[in-house]
Design a protein around this ligand. Structure first.
Ligand SMILES: [Fe+2]
Length: 323
């Protein structure tokens, strides 16, 4: 079968009806967007002569993705998260508020409500015998290099097995998740464990889609950050640990040159020792620069469903994300 019917009046008017253009209710914007997406998909079916079998296989993969709560995992894999970052970078350029530490993707595994401390936090609630002790610290500054006292630094990362607390229920709920309020010099410090890289589970629906593209689902070791302070643009970012084999081959496209940080082994770290850490540590330093803004909306993280953010069903669903 090789027919082309997309451009016929019947199909075009059918698309209008399917998109609710002849109905009063619903959302005009929703109708316009769905009409575009459906039009593109109908045309794809026509152009590639997609068979019924191929179409229903795709439906089955979508069902499996939903059942496994993996759309949030496939999303960065298909580059959507990075594409949204590229759009925000371009908007910053246009508004002439570029500069500061680069943003990168949030991912689906943030959990709101982590314990908050001032200046220093111990993040590892659970023992991790295979994990190296990480001494993570840095200074939050503005783009002129002036420290920002009281900046809010939220950090979350996985353990040495690649598991995130809350989603991995074998861990204490907020293990390796903390909010640190920077001290009078804008500094934050944390004792934690060096995270490992991790991959999409073998055979999972996300893995099936990536395999179709001849791609892997591995991520290099990384640490997530939200950083905010009044009068400054909220920053969502991650750092990557240098030396990881997937450093520049991240399936989620999150690595950025300026966000690669080297972990250095220090046999006896004076500052860590003052915070009760005996013996060798791997020191990771990450200074953060925030751009100025007067716009209240840009000073807070953008809205999206996040685990434990509120009582909505979307928030609860975000808490079922799987990796
Ligand atoms: Fe992550």
């Amino acid at each position: 079968m090789n027919v082309k019917i997309y451009d016929t009046p019947e199909v075009q008017s059918f698309l209008n009806i399917v998109s609710g253009f002849d109905k009063e209710g619903g959302s005009d914007r929703g109708k316009q967007i769905l009409h575009r997406i459906l039009s593109d998909l109908y045309r794809t079916i026509d152009d590639f002569d997609i068979s019924a079998e191929e179409y229903w296989s795709a439906v089955s993969v979508l069902n499996a993705l939903g059942q496994a709560s993996q759309f949030g995992l496939l999303s960065p894999g298909l580059g959507f998260d990075h594409f949204l970052d590229m759009r925000m970078d371009a908007a910053d350029q246009e508004a002439k508020c570029a500069g500061g530490t680069p943003r990168t993707i949030e991912g689906p595994l943030y959990v709101a409500g982590a314990p908050e401390t001032k200046g220093f936090a111990r993040m590892d609630d659970d023992p991790d015998p295979d994990g190296e002790i990480m001494w993570l610290h840095g200074q939050v500054r503005d783009t002129a290099g002036k420290p920002i006292p009281g900046a809010k630094v939220e950090i979350w990362h996985c353990n040495s097995k690649g598991g995130y607390s809350f989603f991995d229920q074998s861990q204490t709920p907020y293990n390796l998740r903390r909010t640190i309020i920077a001290d009078a010099e804008g500094r934050y410090r944390a004792r934690s464990v060096i995270p490992s890289g991790y991959g999409v589970p073998e055979g999972a629906p996300t893995d099936q889609v990536l395999k179709l593209l001849g791609r892997h689902g591995e991520r290099p070791a990384h640490i997530h950050y939200f950083t905010s302070a009044p009068g400054h643009q909220h920053l969502t970012t991650q750092i990557n640990l240098a030396g990881d084999p997937y450093l520049f081959d991240d399936f989620a496209f999150a690595t950025r040159e300026d966000l690669v940080v080297e972990g250095k082994r220090v046999e006896e770290h004076t500052d860590a020792k003052q915070h009760g850490v005996e013996g060798p540590v791997t020191e990771v330093v990450f200074d953060i620069e925030l751009s100025p803004t007067e716009e209240a909306e840009l000073q807070a993280r953008h809205k999206r469903p996040r685990a434990k953010e509120n009582e909505t069903q979307e928030s609860q669903l975000a808490g079922t994300a799987r990796v």
